[in-house]
Write a protein that binds this ligand. Structure first.
Ligand code: EPU
Length: 337
């Protein structure tokens, strides 16, 4: 266990906003976690759990303690006819874990390659890309309650997953600290190749023959379309793709025939927020060190390492213009603190 005073948070979240934590503790195992939590509950000190920092924007310094998840380890726990249960510690790097599973011959996580962040953060927003969401592969989540220290295993249904959403994003859910995530993986899982961008590529270059080839294809697409946070600070998609009713969509489609959308099972439509933002003229916008990525309008960038407040301000301006033009509210995706 390692304590740091006045810790620099700019380097610990991918948007790179200047901020500090009064104290930060890096925990290496569940005993560390229990010890820290019991100290914090007995003194009523506020705590915030940090993973890879790829889905959080700091607008201010944090009082209390930031818990940095430093636990590591991956293991195959059990097997049945539908696959193996593979457990990974929350502090594992997501992309490295994906490649570990692929090297073992498992199929299932390849479409989620190159997503920044940690294993422990992945269930919180139910990470998803190229036709696969975390929930499609998840078995369970082990978590500890930050106030009562109760330890619990959450089943897939307990997690209440939705599009970029889970129980862990809710008010009660935020009191649970995730320390291990288990996946159900198999070598027999069919490849998912239907996402438009993925399909377009493999129809040109030939279908990928295995999961590793899919991961490489996904990496190529992501590298081309999304900025590397090390070079250009960003938090990935800054807004969720909004979902509108069938009626609302028809009215929009009549007025804006080029609007990009995806039908959902219940008849509603998911709109491409990137298209809405681009249509409002924001793509490539840069002012005062914060802006909109020129190749993907859903990604806000912070090349000037400006404050979280500046990023938030730009986000509000974008939300207002999209709402005014299309009557569609955009929901911010990362946690803004
Ligand atoms: N589009 C535009 N202009 C843009 C961006 C997109 O017109 O500037 C339109 C295009 O027609 C494009 C469509 O929107 O075909 C969809 O774009 P893209 O395939 O890039 O996906 P997205 O809906 O913008 C979502 C996820 C990404 C994920 C990709 C691929 C959300 C909020 N974002 O983006 O996830 O990688 O699909 O599956 O659902 C993230 O969550 O941080 C993230 C990067």
């Amino acid at each position: 266990m390692h304590w740091e005073l006045n810790a620099d948070l700019a380097m610990r979240h991918t948007m790179g906003c200047p901020a500090r934590a009064e104290r930060m503790v890096t925990v290496a195992n569940i005993d560390d976690i229990r010890r820290v939590l019991s100290e914090l509950t007995s003194t009523s000190v506020p705590a915030f759990v940090l993973g890879g920092g790829s889905n959080v924007v700091f607008t201010r310094d944090l009082a209390g303690v930031v818990i940095n998840m430093g636990n590591r380890g991956v293991s195959v726990d059990a097997s049945d006819s539908s696959g193996d249960i593979v457990r990974a510690a929350a502090g594992e790097n997501w992309h490295e874990f994906v490649w570990w599973t692929l090297e073992q011959g498992y199929v299932g996580l390849e479409n989620l390659a190159l997503i920044p962040g940690t294993v422990g953060a992945a269930p919180i927003q139910n990470i998803g890309a190229y036709g696969v969401e975390l929930k499609d592969r998840l078995h369970s989540v082990r978590a500890i309650h930050m106030d009562t220290l109760e330890e619990r295993e959450f089943s897939l249904s307990d997690c209440c997953f939705g599009y970029r959403d889970s129980f862990f994003k809710s008010e009660p859910g935020r009191r649970w600290l995730i320390w291990e995530v288990a996946f159900r993986l198999s070598a027999e899982t069919p490849l998912v190749l239907e996402y438009a961008e993925l399909k377009r590529r493999w129809e040109l270059d030939g279908a990928p023959c295995d999961a590793r080839a899919v991961a490489k294809l996904v990496e190529a697409i992501r590298t081309e379309k999304l900025p590397d946070p090390v070079q250009l600070p960003n938090s990935g998609s800054f807004f969720k793709n909004p979902i509108v009713s069938a009626g609302h969509f028809l009215a929009l489609n009549e007025k804006f025939p080029d609007i990009v959308s995806f039908p959902l099972a219940d008849g509603s439509r998911k709109l491409a927020a990137g298209w809405l933002i681009q249509a409002c003229g924001w793509k490539g916008f840069l002012e005062n060190g914060v802006g909109v990525y020129p190749k993907q309008a859903l990604v806000l960038i912070n090349p000037g390492h400006k404050s979280g407040g500046e990023v938030k301000l730009l986000a509000s301006r974008i939300q207002a213009s999209v709402e005014e033009r299309f009557g569609v509210p955009l929901e911010v995706e990362p946690l803004i603190l």
